[in-house]
Unconditional design. Sequence first.
Length: 358
Amino acid sequence: MGVFEAIGTEAHEEVLFGADRSSGLRTIIAIHDTSLGPALGGTRFYPYQDEAEALRDVLRLAKGMTLKSAAAGLDLGGGKAVIIGDPAEIWSENLIRSYGRTIDSLGGRYITAEDVGTTVRDMVLISQETPWVSGLPIEDGGSGDPSPATARGVIAAVRAIGERLWGAGNLQGRRVAVQGIGKVGMDLVRRLTDMGAETVVTDPNADAVTFAVETYGSKAVSLDDIYDIECDVFSPCALGATLNASTIPRLRCSAIAGSANNQLAFDGDIELIVDRGILYAPDFIVNAGGVINIAVETDGYSPERAATMVDRIYDNLAAVFDTADRDGVNPQVAALRVAQARIDQAGGRRFRGRSEEQ
Ligand code: NAD
């Protein structure tokens, strides 16, 4: 597929290809939609096999950010960037700063943040070249690690599920199976425990499992057994695509809500979930806590304001379920409608960057 064909398929506004011979930088920045505001999305630093793979990934991820921010009620558009290469081999301060200057050339239409392969240290270096960067350390006026905000958002979603399924946002005595107890999953287990819920966990990292068992009284199961656990909520917090034709028939939960991106292996797998009578909370609604936290940073970070905004995931998810009921569609389709409706309300305006601000 040619570049213009790829960009045209999902109507991306703009894609910038940047290269710098002295540092070896090869980057693609995709701005999907700025109807609601500047395009925010992280930078993925990854050894893509070729440029076509990198382009496909950045276009897909940028569109995902448009939907996530729109559905979260943020005045932000969607964008994403990739740097092609293995950070362990080609990372240098020169490369990152050169990348920062590439971002700066977009005049604020794209704001970056951390993603796979980039770190807080990279964001600090980028901030020396451009103001259009977020996810800076708290001591530098930034919002720090977004994971606790993401976990807080998953709790808001589980409360909304509780309200709908058992008539109370109270999680006392409820059982949640958490697949993956990394930065988000472990904080989720802590919060669930504080709220009186019981947790069942799995993770290839044995130290993390021991910690959850000893600290939060979690029950540990094997990586494969997590799908068979009888529970109120199954919470995918590891990798994407764990909900598929072989795992969905095994689930013994009432609802699914977790932080992992792209949980459904195929879009059509939502039908398998619906057919089993399981309530699905769409991932991009549930895991918006991190981007909400970063959005607060873009106009002066306040932890209290961030927490209040993250808690609105409860209302956002309830609105998705209501739309699903009203339109007779599944929650995934309803979530896409909610996001698209907000974008359409903006009337196709485009955020023009710094010149618009002056
Ligand atoms: P992380 O890398 O800290 O944690 C992931 C955990 O999953 C690790 O402990 C890993 O050992 C475990 N894992 C890997 N394979 C597994 C398997 N087969 N079964 C069970 N566990 C497995 O990542 P994180 O920051 O906690 O993010 C978790 C998920 O949430 C990711 O999909 C991420 O894209 C998504 N997400 C995270 C944030 C955030 O703020 N960190 C925001 C939005 C979405």
